[in-house]
Design a protein around this ligand. Sequence first.
Ligand SMILES: Cc1ncc(C[n+]2csc(CCOP(=O)(O)OP(=O)(O)O)c2C)c(N)n1
Ligand SMILES: [Mg+2]
Length: 600
Amino acid sequence: MNPPQSATARANEADPAVSGLERPTPAGANAPGFGSDVIADALRSLDVPYIALTPGASYRGLHDSIVNYLGNSRPQMLLCLHEEAAVAIAQGYAKVTGKALVTAVHSNVGLLHASMAIFNAWCDRMPIVVLGATGPVDAAKRRPWIDWIHTARDQGALIREYTKWDDQPASPAAAREAILRGTWIANTVPQGPVYINFDAELQESKVNEQLPPIDVARYMPPIATAAPAEQIKQAAAMLKGAKQVLILAGRGSRSEEAWNARVALAEALGARVVSDLKIGASFPTDHPNYAGAPRGLSPQSLEGLANVDVVLSLDWVDLAGALRHWGPSPSVKVIQVSLDHRIHNGWSMDHQALPAVDLFLSADPDLVVPELVKEIGKGGKPHAVPAARKASDKEPTGFTNEHIARALRKVLGDRPVSYTSLPLSWDESWIPFRHPLDYVGSNGGGGVGGGPGISVGAALALKGSGRMPIAICGDGDFLMGVTAVWTAVHYKIPLLFILANNRSFYNDELHQERMARARNRPIENKWIGQRMSEPEVDLAAMGRAQGAVGFGPVTKPEDLAAVLQKAVAEVEAGKVAVVDVRVEPGYTAVMTAAMTRAGS
Ligand SMILES: Cc1ncc(C[n+]2csc(CCOP(=O)(O)OP(=O)(O)O)c2C)c(N)n1
Ligand SMILES: [Mg+2]
């Protein structure tokens, strides 16, 4: 079995089982003859294994170049049944590898379909290169009707506010430059999606002059943003002088070295650490210094932390919100390490409220933490080590998501797995994370329907790593993004879907409950317009219809482990398995309390 971190190292490799599929008849093209051949050459130079796409005539030129000029390899097409899935797959791939995959979506309509997934990736700070097309821009060249409705004057405007950059190059040379620049921008921290829109005419026109070859690496220089030594010293002094440090372990890479440095820092400081299910695993959740992933951060929710006097935020997603929950204690000093301000704009409020900060390090936290460890050294004062938290032994009642966690613990043992999606009602104490790839984080933008595609992309990147990808999705999330399953089956990407099927958009039942309480109206009506019953959707059959192995519905907790055992065996044999688990509508007490309390 390969070591788990190989998933990141293998980012640029194509999987032999996938590359053997969909081989075109050789076309004998060896010099770029058309604009789209130049675009294809530029894509090849990126050394990206795949291009996830849903086809369309606006980029028929590029489509032809990828099949017949590149021979459908590097990048190889991953056919997706919905543009939202194509982009979500790229998001999931980036969550594991840290690198942008290329996607292609048709004209304005495909881009509109893709837009929610682009927004999710934007909020999740995940790099993606989205290619699109329009036109012909020259009206005299347009076919009647269809070319007109699928041409937009400023197509990039559809997604400009939640992409880092977009362009519409007007020549093959400009197209090559746009691809290099876009990929460079997407992959530079803070990462995010970019969009490049190709005029149909530019793609289809003949090229007469060959472009001079270039050394692409020189156009995409890697950027590492560390903090100045003086600031590291200042931060280290504040941390060393603290009575009790609280580390908010926010956005970080999937690197094991960065993970180990976070652990070393917490141990050197005797700091308590919190993490967040919105983002990928950032700290071992069964480490004695780990304090939890509270939905609302407060000295009450984090027992024994009333003495915190210095907070170190490592790019926490919502620092101001966290501090607000913590309570008005002006004596607490705050150190923020983040580059996120570089990506904020005036359209999306995903930057959250402005936090009050005493020391700001405008740097990549993964580069800052090892420096802090060095500066603090072994001379840190001794700290009492708290006892490690334990998962509750109490058997849950009814049939809940906690039963899924318990059955998985039993069935999986010590097998390395990566959770590629977790349902809204999940408690981090149920399953420990011990490696940065144990959990890749949420959809980022709260766009329901992202879970299936993100999971397929993450599973693609994890293939061959020895880690089993497991997606636990809500039924609402699965139903909105279900066709991503076909892409996983077709390209032989092993993946286990477990569906926390409460037959409801239950999150919104809680909102209706909140309204009913506030307005003194009948709470028993909260399910109306939310429940997916009569008929209940057969989710296992939806998996089977796309070639996956379907299991369930599982209606009793005592049946679950045996079914999961069989599903795991299928995934180990290279299959996609879909298990429909009919949990009861309802959320954990903590989640319900967080959602129904005043002000929520
Ligand atoms: C695209 C989109 N539509 C609607 C919502 C509102 N919304 C938030 S959570 C949720 C319910 C999701 O249902 P499911 O995945 O089954 O999870 P459950 O709440 O039942 O656990 C909805 C509809 C959203 N966030 N995104
Ligand atoms: Mg549901």
